[in-house]
Write a protein that binds this ligand. Sequence first.
Ligand code: DX5
Ligand code: ZN
Length: 369
Amino acid sequence: MTLQGHICRLRSVESSDIDTILLWENDPAVAPFSAPHPPYARAEIEQFVSNQQQGFVANGQLRLMIEAEGRTIGAIDLFDYDGTTAEVGILIYGKEDRRRGYATDALHTLQRHARNLQVERLKAVVADDNAASRALFRRCGFVETDNFYYFCTMKRIVAPSILSADFGNLERDIRMLNESRAEWIHVDVMDGVFVPNISFGFPVLKPVRKATSKVIDTHLMICDPIRYVKRFAEAGSDYVTFHYEAAEDVGACIDAIREAGAKVGISIKPATNPEVLREWLPRLDMVLVMSVEPGFGGQSFMPESLDKVRTLRRMIQECEGDCLIEIDGGISAKNAREVFDAGVEVVVAGSSVFGAENPKEAIIKILEA
Ligand code: DX5
Ligand code: ZN
């Protein structure tokens, strides 16, 4: 029923190629369908349209009628919303309309609005022999999983990395982030041994914590992380992420971070196979995939990292974990969409935010890519 409450706020949704997707807030008592709904029939839809009813909600199910070129060409349903995930079904009449890309457009529109309404995840169960639908969901960033066919995450978080901030004006830059749509602040700690660069440590983290109530996401690029994870958690990190390659005892690091009251992340470098994380996933809050060699801001994004993200997304589904995927290195508004589509929820962005003329605008562009 929550779905009903949330989605009913939408009245009319504009999209580039589709004229409108409309829904109405019908009285559930008189709504003609209940979930699970009977098969779609064109006559039904035509009848709704002639009654000037363009969509309806019944029994926790949302149906959107898709109109293009002045006629109703199909419908999209959202149902079985459990507070996080909603199932999505789509129907487009006629092969011709399919070819025009209406289905893709309608699904993208729905995804955008699901995001605005804070529906975190969408899933779609598609029959094996329905190649057209499988291709459609794949095009719209749904990832194939084992337990239900396709899965797509709607959560988008930008974590600007203060490695690229102006350290002479750090307070000003944090204030800017406080006013921005970035939900997290990414703090890169480098020891000059695990990576060939030295950044900063506790003396910087503490004033950042004082200056912001945003989520502080600390990325430790240091050897022997067990020696410091607790102190980073106590210095105000909400998430403490250490490198798999740097930890002798992964389980001990996880325990130490959790005992200190922070959320736990593990990061892997570009050459590390995500399979090494399988056994740890159920105990993690986040996996951080490096899309550059750690050490420096401003490097180019490695597109191979997208396959790792897809693999991890499948692995998280398989173990029924509830673990975010973050990506770090070379992200800007130009590649943010494919990154989110691969199943990433949190993107780190250093130079593309702080190097922009208008950093707040750059954050919005990433979020809305
Ligand atoms: C690299 C750091 C990144 C870096 C990202 O080792 O972990 O967080 O600051 O910077 P950009 O977005 O410029 O690649
Ligand atoms: Zn980082």
